[in-house]
Write a protein that binds this ligand. Structure first.
Ligand code: SAM
Length: 221
């Protein structure tokens, strides 16, 4: 799966995209991440990307030209939908992440997503009207910028890309999954059996698979 991320802070993606499972998946070409610096598309002096809002009010708004050009460039490389990370968008859910992992226009194409990170008060509405397919929020709160939201989408979606998750883990039986009826998962325990006077539930130590299954089922919330 291919991710093209548009931001004015490309350096923010360096550490996350070069560690742990994302690093491994990139090395194995399971996911492909391309970060684009929106400033580089600005035709204004010093790569200016913001201006004061029409109608007045506090803060700045991201101007349409650099963003529009950056999105058009990304669209030549990635046929997936253009998603603007925004607190006004639809809430990201387990199901939505699963669906986005299959974002492609036809069966011959690799799935892809173009993620647009806003800053300041947000982006000029005309960019949304002209080239955004969907607005997505990661929660009912306001972040300083879309970069963390883009990483959340990248991570949650990547888990549904075939082979992203190792053999010892699975997305099938997890919180919110169909297998758990959309419920939250049961608690986990590991060694030692006794820690700070708290013991692992006896049933989990019993080796009795049917009883363990039943206990876990009862612990779903
Ligand atoms: N003025 C906007 C409002 O009140 O809705 C908030 C703008 S916010 C300070 C700057 C950028 O952060 C947004 O353009 C968006 O890209 C990103 N952002 C903030 N909160 C977000 C959220 N909950 N989900 C996704 N992106 C978010």
């Amino acid at each position: 799966m291919r991710f093209d991320i548009l931001t004015i802070f490309p350096g923010m993606f360096d550490s996350y995209c070069n560690e742990s499972m994302v690093k491994r998946a990139r090395a194995k070409k399971i996911i492909d991440i391309h970060i684009h610096d929106i400033r580089k598309f600005s035709t204004e002096r010093h790569g200016k990307v913001d201006a004061i809002p029409y109608g007045g009010g506090p803060g700045m708004v991201m101007t349409p030209q650099p963003l529009y050009d950056a999105i058009m460039h990304a669209k030549t490389l990635n046929k997936g939908p253009v998603i603007y990370l925004s607190p006004r968008g639809k809430l990201l859910t387990h199901k939505k992440a699963q669906k986005l992992a299959q974002s492609k226009k036809n069966s011959k194409q690799k799935p892809g997503l173009i993620l647009v990170c806003g800053r300041y008060e947000g982006i000029d509405q005309r960019v949304i009207d002209l080239c955004v397919d969907e607005e997505l929020s990661i929660g009912k709160y306001v972040l300083t910028g879309g970069e963390l939201a883009a990483l959340v989408v990248l991570d949650a979606v990547s888990r549904f890309v075939p082979d992203f998750i190792g053999k010892h883990e699975s997305t099938v039986e997890e919180s919110y999954s169909e297998a758990l009826g959309g419920k939250k998962e049961y608690p986990h325990y590991t060694r030692p059996a006794l820690f700070m006077n708290l013991e692992v539930p006896e049933v989990l130590q019993s080796g009795h698979h049917a009883k363990i299954k039943e206990w876990r089922k009862n612990k779903l919330t």
